[in-house]
Design a protein around this ligand. Sequence first.
Ligand SMILES: Nc1ncnc2c1ncn2[C@@H]1O[C@H](COP(=O)(O)OP(=O)(O)OP(=O)(O)O)[C@@H](O)[C@H]1O
Ligand SMILES: [Mg+2]
Length: 319
Amino acid sequence: MKPVLEIENLRVGFPDGTAAVRGVSLRVGRGETHCLVGESGCGKSVTALAAMNLLPRGATRSADVMRFHDEDLTRLSERQTSRLRGARMAMIFQEPMTSLNPAYTIGSQMTEVFQRHRHATRAQGMDRAAELLERVGITAPGMRLAQYPHQLSGGLRQRTMIAMALMCDPELLIADEPTTALDVTVQAQILRLLQTLQRELGLAVLLITHDLGIVARMAQRVSVMYAGQVVESGSAADLFGAPTHPYTRGLLACIPIPGKTPRDQPLGSIPGSVPKTGAEFAGCAFRDRCTYATADCAGTIPHRTVATDHRTLCTMVPA
Ligand SMILES: Nc1ncnc2c1ncn2[C@@H]1O[C@H](COP(=O)(O)OP(=O)(O)OP(=O)(O)O)[C@@H](O)[C@H]1O
Ligand SMILES: [Mg+2]
């Protein structure tokens, strides 16, 4: 089946010389959750912003393929992408205040998107907004619609943003750490909602997270990013069951196992730190932290196929 979102060899650079994304490829299918994981600064948000054509001014973007259904995202004008954005492809940002305007009420912001894309009336927009606020677990939605973003707690703002992203029944939802700021009960509720929508509407979700518990629960496919590259990708079963890249293995070893992992063990304890993403560089970016590194790791490393749809960027897997 044709993917909803397809990206091949995406590169993003910033004017200061940072090569934030270095050849990322990924696909998200209908009704599928594809999780993008990796340590802070590895390029997850920049990848998402590039797909939505929302990179900051001055950033450069190139890709061999960047397609949403049959739309070639590399060729669309700003006007054409803004017509897709919010309607057929929606994004939930890591920082809720990025997409909420402090000067307008929740209701008017939510209905604005709906009115613009659906040519609906304000009353229809308000009805739809109230219905979605309820679905994301916000009680007394009528009252919330009349409030301004600053009157809402962080958790409510995050849920409002999720509701807003869903106003026009998007086919693709890119969710950047959508539940990080929320307590576990609300987090579970939001994740359940995403799963329901996926089932009911066939929604394709690109879910960015650094929480492997969420990945285990939500993902059908996983891409593990490190220093601007996808170092391993495959089905959730392959990645959790037979990880090949030492970075993936390191990440998985960091998942606490109840009863086995000592309580005082720090999380995310792969020794060393992510190299500062500077200009392009050759070789494996993880080699300084890798216990298996050899001289080969300083050379160019092509993607290797471990199994169908399971690829890795490591010299330990035969080319
Ligand atoms: N506007 C910008 N100008 C210059 N560099 C930037 C800009 N935005 C991001 N970067 C750099 O690009 C790299 C990737 O950043 P990105 O925000 O995608 O990381 P991330 O994986 O989303 O991290 P986190 O988990 O902390 O959200 C980082 O090195 C970051 O410093
Ligand atoms: Mg980010």
